[in-house]
Design a protein around this ligand. Structure first.
Ligand code: ADP
Ligand code: MG
Length: 676
């Protein structure tokens, strides 16, 4: 790697170095690999061969004097005519009146811009100098403090002085196997491609390199976590566990059996479990968690179940208590609103080992909570429970096995990046007897009519959810006000049915009461913001209305929809929305067409991109510079397999063939800062 600071280049003083640093450029290597995000094709074209709206370079002779007209506040237009082979066309530049000086009748000029075929005119973007040599101009992300052309000049000088020092970092056999462009050539071609083909090959190489290095780091991290000296072997009592599963109120599905085996295998082994359990809403993850917690208890270890909300914690406690015999299993609930006295008792119970399983929110692993013998941590719908939280556990001297449960069907490409250091178990089967939720999409004006229809369901003794996006009136977002809807529905269904309201601003005790009332069918209609998004289980609820459904992501809609269809009755999800654009319509349509969460999240990813779907910060997804998680998905998989094969080789770092690779990976080998 070329470690010299950029300040060795002529023209880079302290000020410019600072500007470059803001772009993340410190060394010559950084500068050479500061790739453009797009190119402009500035080959000269003939008027006859260009299409409408195409961005092209046209060369010709200026045949009319430039005229600047001003309009509006600070706006202007510079216009002149050019002629190419006897054909005359108009060129306009907006808000660059100073270009006038460069335009002289009778002179030849090359202009890059967008062609309007109907008007036979070009909206100019730049005037090209006479000494233009490249045919593709690289365009970089820059700040106000540095111009494109300055950056290009610096990169050129850097290539002149250091270009020969660029070394290969991938093993030779991979270059050969995938016919990758050598690094030295690819780096140059990324900036100054000679043809679209060369540009494409360079990019292919860079994408591979980016994914491959990422996977090497990820898997290195995985290995070091695995081999953690003090990983625990949870030697559970096989006989007791068998009896426990036989006494469950239902027979496990084949998928549940399979993932249970995978988890139990990890528990027993000394290796440090880092497992992601994916299963669509309603696929029955809770019981799998219960089995794992039970197994842990029989080995004399404690378990913790962490969830994002207090309602969910409460509900999990209830579900688990139904499955566990209180004589052999002591459970406790620990959340932010646990009263001081009770809290003190629970902390004592955890510390002396009397409590076998604790269920709670984030506070569980932080604060002053001490465990006698923590063996297993399960997190449910905790997307944010990532590298950092695991670090917290480690710092407390704890190395429990960890199981992450999620109903958000993470597409494969994302799973192997975001959760690349984990093993994945998938429940891909629903318990028998479920009738798929029927989803329809209606316009707001059809709402009254549909509410009338819903009365039939109420008459059958069933219940409804009505989901609203936000609680407070927000003009900007134009969302329905939950309170307003609540009032409207209370009137609409009075006096036959009770409506209740649930939203995030309520006190926890208040929320619990309302949930309890709904569960007990004391209220039949629950108007709620998305606080019920995860985990709530009321099998008697068969209809869900989702207001302004187009404001939600597909994965989130699917999660919400999973709250109905939990019993044996037919159930319905009604999306109320009038999306403004085609993408919105497409999203509503696809919801009505499939009940498969994986299909939906793939689609969401395709339509909105990973940033929108997951939010990088939130998910801990890494940002790639050139590679694209959606479009380059297959490359990612190949890169992962190749990285995996290298990590299988004992002491690969000591082998000469991998020396450059080992060198590149050195600084961030611990991997942890990689995600922040
Ligand atoms: P999720 O995966 O969404 O967390 P739950 O664990 O809440 O799903 O399970 C949904 C419902 O299905 C619960 O009422 C649960 O008791 C029931 N259930 C789970 N597994 C089975 C099974 N194998 N057969 C029948 N019902 C099951
Ligand atoms: Mg669940």
């Amino acid at each position: 790697m070329i470690q010299e600071a950029v300040s060795v280049l002529p023209g880079v003083g302290p000020k410019r170095a600072q500007t470059l640093a803001e772009l993340g450029i410190f060394t010559i290597e950084d500068l050479l690999s500061y790739y453009p995000f797009r190119y402009e094709d500035i080959q000269e074209k003939n008027l006859l061969e260009i299409n409408d709206q195409e961005k092209v370079t046209l060369k010709g002779v200026i045949v009319s004097a430039p005229v600047v007209s001003r309009f509006g506040y600070k706006k202007s237009r510079l216009q002149f005519r050019m002629m190419q082979d006897h054909a005359v066309f108009m060129v306009s530049f907006f808000n660059q009146p100073y270009l006038k000086d460069k335009v002289e009748v009778g002179e030849e000029l090359a202009v890059y811009g967008k062609w309007d075929a109907k008007r036979k005119s070009m909206t100019g973007m730049k005037i090209l100098g006479g000494k233009q040599t490249e045919e593709y101009a690289p365009i970089y992300h820059v700040t106000k403090a540095i111009r494109q052309s300055t950056l290009v000049d610096l990169i050129k000088v850097a290539f002149e002085k250091f270009g020969e020092q660029v070394t290969e970092n991938l093993p030779a056999y991979l270059i050969e196997k995938y016919r990758l462009m050598p690094r030295k050539q690819a780096m140059r071609a990324m900036h100054f491609p000679k043809s679209p083909a060369e540009s494409q090959q360079a990019k292919r190489r860079v994408v591979f390199e980016e994914f491959f290095l990422f996977q090497m780091r990820m898997q290195g991290l995985k290995q070091s976590e695995r081999s953690e000296k003090n990983g625990i072997a949870i030697r559970y009592d096989v006989e007791r566990l068998k009896q426990f599963t036989q006494k469950l109120p239902f027979e496990l599905t084949d998928a549940q059996k399979r993932v249970t085996n995978e988890i139990c295998y990890d528990l027993r082994s000394k290796k440090h479990m880092q497992r992601l359990l994916q299963g669509d809403v309603g696929s029955g993850k809770t019981v799998v968690a219960a089995i794992a917690l039970y197994a842990t208890m029989t080995a004399g270890f404690q378990g913790a179940l962490m969830v994002p909300t207090e309602i969910l914690a409460q509900q999990h406690l209830e579900s688990l208590n139904q499955l566990f015999d209180p004589l052999e299993m002591t459970t406790a609930l620990l959340t932010g609103s646990t009263k001081t006295k009770e809290r003190r008792a629970i902390l004592a119970g955890l510390q002396n080992g009397e409590i076998d399983v604790v269920i709670g929110t984030h506070a569980l692993i932080q604060d002053d909570v001490q465990f006698a013998k923590l063996g297993l941590v399960i997190t449910d719908e905790q997307h944010r429970f990532g590298v950092n939280q695991r670090r917290v556990l480690r710092e407390k001297g704890l190395h429990p096995d960890v199981l992450f449960m999620t109903a958000t069907p993470i597409p494969r490409t994302l799973a192997i990046t975001a959760y690349g250091e984990m093993d994945v178990s998938i429940i891909d089967q629903m318990p028998a007897g479920r009738i798929p939720v029927k989803t329809s999409w209606i316009k707001p004006k059809q709402l009254e009519h549909t509410l009338d229809w819903a009365k039939q369901e109420l008459q059958l003794g069933h219940q409804l959810y009505v989901i609203c996006p936000l609680i407070e009136e927000s003009e900007a977002l134009d969302v329905k006000n939950a309170t307003e809807i609540y009032e409207h529905l209370s009137e609409y269904y009075a006096p036959d049915y009770q409506v209740s309201l649930l939203h995030g601003k309520m006190k926890n005790t208040e929320k619990e009461t309302i949930m309890e009332e709904f569960k007990d069918n004391q209220s039949q209609i629950l108007v709620s913001t998305t606080v019920i998004e995860v985990g709530v289980n009321v099998p008697n609820a068969t209809v869900m209305f989702i207001m302004d459904a187009d404001r939600f992501g597909l994965a989130q809609l699917h999660q919400l929809r999973g709250r109905v269809g939990r019993g044996s009755d037919a159930s319905y999800c009604i999306l109320v929305a009038s999306p403004k654009n085609d993408m919105g319509k497409e999203r509503m349509k696809i919801m009505t067409e499939t009940n498969n969460g994986f299909v939906l999240s793939e689609k969401d990813l395709e339509l909105r991109g990973p940033g929108e779907v997951f939010g990088f910060r939130q998910s801990g997804l890494p940002q790639f510079l050139i590679a694209d998680l959606v479009n380059d998905a297959t490359v990612l998989e190949v890169a992962r397999d190749e990285a995996n094969q290298i990590w299988q080789i004992e002491n690969w770092r000591q082998q000469p063939a991998f020396a450059p690779l080992a060198q590149v990976l050195k600084p961030t080998e611990t991997g942890e800062t990689y995600f922040d």
